[in-house]
Write a protein that binds this ligand. Sequence first.
Ligand SMILES: [Zn+2]
Ligand SMILES: [Zn+2]
Length: 272
Amino acid sequence: MFVDSHCHLSFPELQGRLPQILSEMQAARVAGALCICTTLEEFPSVLALASAHENLWASVGVHPDTEGLAEPSEDELCRLAAQPKVVAIGETGLDYYRLNGRSVTDMAWQRDRFRTHIRAARRSDLPLIIHTRSASDDTLAILREEGAGPAGDGVRGVFHCFTETLAVARAALDLGFHISFSGIVSFRNAADLREVARFVPLDRCLIETDSPYLAPVPYRGKTNSPAYVPHVASVVAAEKGLPVDTVAEATTRNFERLFRLTVPALVEADRP
Ligand SMILES: [Zn+2]
Ligand SMILES: [Zn+2]
């Protein structure tokens, strides 16, 4: 069975379709999904999904692209993270892709927010969901400064929707982090990323959809859903020369170990 380690079921594209999505997940042998929070305002609806469904979990955090909404404090993140089914802090990190006329120096607020999340993750002993785009040097530097890594105090987590270089993957692995591949790995122009998929040890790989965005081939351009995560697994499996079931099993085990939870077994669909 498969698990989607990163999706946004509370986004408007998916919100009204939950029963359909859950049954499509079951038909595709996707046993569970982690619902990712991007704003404090959104958190109640993310938590509600996880509370209502045994096979959904929640994170709490404010995305680096979020502006003009509530700014999280370490205390508030820890308070929200203490609720049942909240298994991660994030998504957090740095995104210098859309600077909108600003310089990297102007983005100190993003770096401060990232540090707040790292400290909350350490205090609540939860893994970090890291989003990094056009900002890998600062992302890695801040993680090191904040004491992440095997030599540090155990701040752990995943670089989600990985699109960086082999060197960045190696640095993230050296810090003890997992690497999560999304549908991007299936895109025709993503040969470099497929090389990263061959390189990352299977016991440090996760798979995700980041739905509703980034649907994998053959659904590219359509609304994505956790039910499509097996297509990500197929590409990773092909690159590694492994059966897809091996990748499904390993990534599910990695997910359980990193987030310290048990994915419930798939319920057999009703047979005619
Ligand atoms: Zn992200
Ligand atoms: Zn996301």
